[in-house]
Design a binder for this molecule. Structure first.
Ligand code: 5GP
Length: 185
């Protein structure tokens, strides 16, 4: 069972459900009458996005992007490759980027510049998890689920080697799972 590989539960499914409902209510209030586009990044954010939109009661659209880092040597530059672009223009629209976790902030920093160039009416950020300890690019987060310590977490969409996305809670992986190698970053 996947649960056996979890060393510690950081956030229970009940805690997540309560907080996501609060975020949804806040977004509904702030974007009432603005027909926002929620832009999410595959794959880690899909479970958060699915729950968040169902906690919102205003008209909205959803779009999805997929990005990948160029590789270790350029990672620190925050250069990312766009594997899947937006399906509709966002010019003049109120855009909220929905992210699973913000760690160094480099991926999001790149993405924000990319989206800003497309001329949205506004560009906000909603993240479930904020891991500020390793931040390299300053990011102003408008809606934050939880601030977490500098630990590698899995579950609720977040993976380790494509596994554990289906855990209903956020947990820390048992070190024995990644064996002798260093903790994933
Ligand atoms: P950043 O560019 O902010 O360093 O990285 C953001 C991305 O790195 C996230 O969208 C996520 O895919 C991955 N990431 C960062 N921290 C973690 C973590 O603790 N667990 C998992 N599973 N992925 C993480």
């Amino acid at each position: 069972m996947i649960h056996d590989d979890v060393e510690e539960v950081l956030l229970t499914d009940a805690q997540i459900r309560t907080r996501v409902a609060e975020l949804g209510a806040q977004l509904s209030q702030d974007f009432d009458g603005r027909d926002p586009v929620l832009v999410s990044v595959l794959k880690g954010s899909i479970i958060f996005l699915a729950d968040l939109v169902r906690a919102m009661e205003i008209p909205l659209s959803v779009d999805l992007m997929e990005v990948s880092s160029y590789g270790a040597s350029t990672e620190s530059s925050g250069q990312v490759r766009i594997l899947k672009d937006l399906s509709r223009p966002i010019e003049g629209r109120h855009v909220v980027v929905v992210e699973d976790i913000i760690d160094t902030g480099l991926t999001l920093n790149y993405l924000l510049r990319y989206l800003r160039d497309k001329g949205p009416a506004s560009l906000g950020i909603c993240c479930l998890l904020d891991k500020p300890a390793r931040r390299l690019a300053p990011i102003e987060i408008d809606y934050r689920g939880f601030t977490i310590p500098d630990r590698f977490v899995i579950g609720y969409g977040l993976d380790y080697d494509e596994r554990y996305r289906n855990l209903p809670y956020i947990g820390v992986l048992r070190p024995s799972v990644y064996g002798a190698s260093a903790a994933p970053e």
